[in-house]
Design a protein around this ligand. Structure first.
Ligand code: GLU
Length: 466
């Protein structure tokens, strides 16, 4: 491995499904790694034992796998790394970059209260912070200490953020962070710093809700003598009402989109445009994304979720997927409808509808018209005059061979011989066959629906009382 190798990680906390923001972070990290022949890693940040679940880990794995974002090395689990964290803690205690703090939670609270009263930022007052020549208090008996990081107190911590430009934090504002609780367990920012160091992470791309953690992590990395990765903080995805995207706005879990019938290629394409762009390109392949993905094209402003656009992108991918592949994708959904269903003409039917479906579920719904007879309610739209026209149609097709040319000729003949418009014939016929006036082209429906079903449905429509 060369020292300059790009190594990026996606580091979800497994407290729920993979949400859209997380998926986008994973996607950007993956695309950046691929573009640079780098390494894409997965780290499961599962130290919060109360909130982390195995189910969430599985669901995150399923989500990134579905999107095709496969890590290049075995995933790292923070819970497997406790020994390593302890080792680093010990080292930091020994070299003086961390210290034991025996202040009780109540004492800490009163320090903060005092700071607040003096209009200062509520902070730990440094009671147990060792300094040259300083006499530390006597260690209280029977109290387990926390371990605090001895943070720099002067100057600034700054970095040149890939997305936001230079970010500066005055060190005075940073607290001596607790890096291990009194039960000995390491805390979040410390673990992240140790992991990024050990995993030789070169770039960290993550949501901008982590900006405040970055100076803490940089200082810990510095104290450990580690390289500092480059950071890029990506603005949140907002809902169309400008608020933070949440369940209130609809599906936020990637796997829900899978269930709703979005194709992974469409999700990858759509998500990548939320906060990143390449010229005015809207539709592009995974390969093009990798080829084009440069960090300089990440956007500083937040992206807005646009369901209509996602539907448009998805419909593009559905349209461009072969009917045979689509039939495999929706087969299970059709089976679950529990209908009497003949597989033989499925592809032909899909061909008729795939140009107009936003999702695979739409596609399934629309092709149902071939398998379910129109409802009596819908057939009631057909009036007496319509029924006469339908009778003419029945008589006309009775003896023809069921081929597109013949069907077209019959339709023309009825229109000409009876001096009616195409609409006068097509509307009742569409309703009789499908229950709806919105259908793909009539002759194609007729050809795909076999002659017996067509005759049968027209008979039923004629018999229905309105
Ligand atoms: N575990 C954090 C999260 O899920 C991400 C931490 C990071 O990327 O540094 O928000």
């Amino acid at each position: 491995m060369s020292n300059n190798q790009i190594r990026v990680r996606f580091a979800p906390s497994p407290t729920g499904d993979l949400h859209l923001g997380g998926a986008r972070t994973a996607l950007f990290s993956w695309a950046f790694a691929r573009h640079n022949n780098g390494i894409f890693l997965l780290r499961i940040e599962d130290t919060d034992l109360q909130r982390s679940t195995k189910k969430a880990v599985e669901s995150i794995m399923e989500g990134i796998t579905w999107l095709g974002l496969i890590p290049d090395e075995t995933p790292v689990y923070q819970t497997n790394r406790m020994e390593r964290y302890k080792e680093v803690l010990q080292k930091m205690l020994t070299d003086g970059s961390a210290y034991y703090c025996y202040s009780s939670p109540e004492e800490i609270e009163s320090m903060r209260e005092l700071a607040r009263k003096n209009f200062l930022k509520p902070k730990y007052n440094g009671l147990w912070r060792p300094e040259k020549g300083k006499q530390l208090p006597e260690v209280p008996k029977g109290r387990n200490p926390t371990i605090r990081f001895k943070a720099p107190q002067h100057g600034v911590t700054k970095w040149n953020d890939i997305v936001k430009g230079e970010i500066i934090f005055p060190n005075e504002e940073l607290d001596d962070l607790i890096i291990a609780r009194s039960d000995g367990t390491p805390t979040y920012n410390f673990c992240v710093a140790v992991d990024d160091w050990d995993m030789r992470i070169s770039h960290v791309l993550r949501g901008d809700d982590h900006v405040n953690n970055t100076p803490k992590q940089i200082n810990i990395l510095n104290a450990m003598g580690a390289n500092i990765p480059q950071y890029g903080h990506i603005p949140m995805i907002l809902a169309s009402d400008g608020e933070k995207l949440s369940k209130r706005h609809g599906a936020v879990s990637v796997l829900e989109y899978k269930k709703l019938g979005y194709l992974p290629e469409a999700m990858v394409n759509y998500l990548s445009r939320l906060g990143w762009s390449h010229k005015n390109d809207e539709i592009f392949s995974r390969e093009e994304l990798v080829k084009w993905f440069e960090l300089k094209n990440l956007s500083k402003s937040s992206a807005q979720w646009d369901q209509k656009k996602l539907n448009w992108v998805n419909s593009h991918y559905i349209k461009n997927t072969s009917s045979i592949d689509l039939s495999k994708m929706i087969y299970q959904d059709i089976l679950e409808k529990n209908i009497d269903f003949n597989k033989a003409n499925l592809q032909g039917i899909i061909e008729l509808f795939k140009d107009r479906a936003n999702t695979l579920l739409d596609l399934v719904d629309s092709i149902m018209i071939f398998y379910l007879e129109p409802t009596v309610e819908s057939l009631k739209q057909i009036n007496k005059e319509d029924k006469n026209i339908l009778k003419l149609f029945l008589a006309e097709i009775e003896n023809i061979e069921w081929q597109l040319d013949n069907i077209d000729m019959s339709i023309k003949k009825i229109i000409n011989d009876n001096n009616i418009s195409m609409k006068e014939l097509a509307t009742p016929l569409r309703i009789a066959l499908t229950g709806s006036t919105k259908t793909p082209s009539l002759n194609k429906i007729l050809i795909v629906m076999n002659k017996d079903s067509v005759i049968n449905r027209i008979h039923i429509a004629i018999k229905t009382n309105n």
